[in-house]
Every structure is written in structure tokens, then in C-alpha cells.
Design a binder for this molecule. Structure first.
Ligand SMILES: Nc1ncnc2c1ncn2[C@@H]1O[C@H](COP(=O)(O)OP(=O)(O)OP(=O)(O)O)[C@@H](O)[C@H]1O
Ligand SMILES: [Mg+2]
Length: 279
């Protein structure tokens, strides 16, 4: 059995306008220590799929699956207290809004350590500084004492990664973690995620709409379209010789160095679905 095992996952939203299926039979198997990418246009169900691993789907969502498990945890048991933070943690696109503006970085991470570990105050302080150092923050003491607005977006995302690791999670869901950052900082965060995988054996589910980013960090990739996985496999194979027309359209539409004027992925999807040419 794979470390993350999702078999025939369905998510239906019970909306005022009626039921809306947004994840339609997704199956995924992610091995321990793998960085697994999920790529697809806006609204294809990437975030919805990921949040089922934390029980963080919206109230209106009805979730069902044949299998939904991470490590030893059968998520269909809905024992979220044992899963959230302790096994699975998540980081988001906009680090600033994921941090509380009125508490220091140190206080926010300490709150997680207090809640999820037995460490005393002194040991928590040591652990906090160790975590900040582990995510590449050069001056842990200073960062710990800073409020979110006093540090850069890249440092905020590093702090959130430290927070995600603080309760001991083995699995990290990174939902567009670098989209809000500039290219240089983006590359540094990607390198950090890879090195944390190497050092800690983290399993990472990595959501992005950017194929260049996916090819840089992911071992495997699944391509989602309208709530379904249309193609999956080793990232280099899928990106080099895609089987599905939607993956080809995504590749055609992704900006290449030196190219100008590209078709947006969502337009490409329409072309595929309605039989247009995207050459
Ligand atoms: N709370 C909600 N109420 C109604 N519809 C929702 C809600 N949350 C998500 N949806 C819908 O569910 C579908 C899947 O959304 P999801 O957030 O998983 O997409 P995504 O692939 O992560 O997109 P993006 O790249 O924009 O983040 C979309 O059609 C979205 O509009
Ligand atoms: Mg999303």
C-alpha cells in the first residue's frame, strides 16, 4: 500500500442550486518520500482533492471514497485530531494571510508546539529555533521575535513551513506555495522543499498550475481536468511525451523562454473539449 492512498474519491457540493460534483472518482497513490505534483486549470478540483486529506473541505461538501488513507491513518474514520498537524500539514499560496498579523512568528509556532508536543517551555524554545534554522531562516532569534509584516514573503512562507513541521507531520500539502513569490524566491522555496524531503523523508503533495515548477520539483505528476485525473505518471515522462490532449494543450500553452503571446491553459482546455485546434 502506498503512503497516501486515494481510491475513487468523490466530492459533491450541496449548493442552493443543487448538487455539484467537483471531484469525480480521483485515484492517487503516493509513495513515502515522493514529491507528487497535481496540475490543472483553476477550478479543476486540485485544492478540493487535497483538503479531503485534512478534513478541511467546505461544510457543503459530501466526501466519499473506497480508500482514503495517509500512513497508518484511515481518513474515512474522520479522526482528524490525530491527523491534522501530526501527520498531514498544509501550506498555502498566500503566506501573509495564513499568518496571524498580531502575534510574532515565534509565538505562533510556539502555540503549535504547546498544543501538539509535551515539551516544556525551555525545550519548546530550543525546538522553535531549530525549526527556523532548518527552514533556512538565517537569524532565527530575530525571526522568532518578528511580526509577519516585518519579514518578506519568502521568509513568511519559510516560517509557515517551520510551523507545518512543528507538530511532526510526515506529509506536507503545498497548494501553490510559490505562486505569490517572485521567481528567485520561488526557486529557493522549491529547493527548500526538496531538501526537507531528502533530510526528513517528507511526502509532499505539490499543487501548481505551472508546468515548469512541476518539472523542477516533482517525481510524479497527475493532470486534473474538471474533477478527474486525465493523466498520471513520472513527471519527466508525462511532460516530455504527454498522452492526453489536455496535457499537450497545457504544455503548448505554458510560456517557454523567449516565447511571447501564449494561449492560456483554460482556453486550451476549451479547445480540447470543443474540438478546436491548439497547434
Ligand atoms: N465553498 C464552495 N462553494 C461552492 N463551490 C466551491 C466551493 N469551493 C470550491 N468550489 C468549486 O469547486 C470546484 C473545485 O475547486 P478547487 O478549489 O478544488 O479548484 P482548484 O483546482 O484548486 O482551482 P485553483 O487553481 O483556482 O485553486 C470549483 O469549480 C470551485 O468553484
Ligand atoms: Mg486551488
Amino acid at each position: 500500500m502506498a503512503y497516501i492512498e486515494i481510491d475513487n474519491l468523490q466530492v459533491v457540493l450541496e449548493l442552493a442550486t443543487g448538487p455539484l460534483a467537483v471531484v469525480k472518482g480521483v485515484s492517487l497513490a503516493v509513495e513515502k518520500g515522493e514529491i507528487f505534483g497535481i496540475v490543472g486549470e483553476s477550478g479543476s478540483g486540485k485544492t478540493m482533492t487535497c483538503t479531503t486529506l485534512l478534513g478541511l473541505t467546505p461544510n457543503v461538501a459530501r466526501v466519499s471514497a473506497e480508500t482514503l488513507s495517509v500512513g497508518e491513518h484511515n481518513l474515512l474514520d474522520k479522526n482528524w485530531a490525530a491527523v491534522r498537524g501530526r501527520e498531514v500539514a498544509m501550506i498555502f499560496q498566500d503566506p501573509a494571510s495564513a499568518l496571524n498579523p498580531v502575534f510574532t512568528i515565534g509565538a505562533q509556532i510556539d502555540a503549535v508546539l504547546r498544543r501538539h508536543t509535551e515539551l516544556n517551555k525551555k525545550a519548546r524554545r530550543a525546538r522553535l529555533l531549530e525549526l527556523l534554522e532548518q527552514v533556512g531562516l538565517p537569524d532565527p532569534l530575530r525571526t522568532a521575535a518578528s511580526y509577519p509584516h516585518q519579514i518578506s514573503g519568502g521568509m513568511q512562507q519559510r516560517a509557515l513551513i517551520a510551523m507545518a513541521l512543528s507538530a511532526g507531520a510526515n506529509t506536507l500539502i503545498a497548494d501553490e506555495p510559490t505562486t505569490a513569490l517572485d521567481v528567485t524566491v520561488q526557486a529557493q522555496i522549491l529547493a527548500l522543499l526538496k531538501s526537507l524531503r531528502d533530510q526528513l523523508g517528507l511526502t509532499i503533495l505539490f499543487v501548481s498550475h505551472d508546468l515548469a515548477v512541476i518539472s523542477q520539483v516533482c517525481d510524479k505528476v497527475a493532470v486534473m481536468l474538471h474533477g478527474e485525473i486525465v493523466e498520471t505518471g513520472p513527471a519527466d515522462a508525462v511532460l516530455k511525451s504527454p498522452d492526453h490532449p489536455y496535457t499537450r494543450a497545457l504544455l503548448d500553452a505554458s510560456p517557454k523562454p523567449g516565447s511571447r503571446g501564449t494561449v492560456l491553459p483554460t482556453v486550451a482546455a476549451q479547445m480540447v473539449l470543443h474540438g478546436g485546434s491548439h497547434a
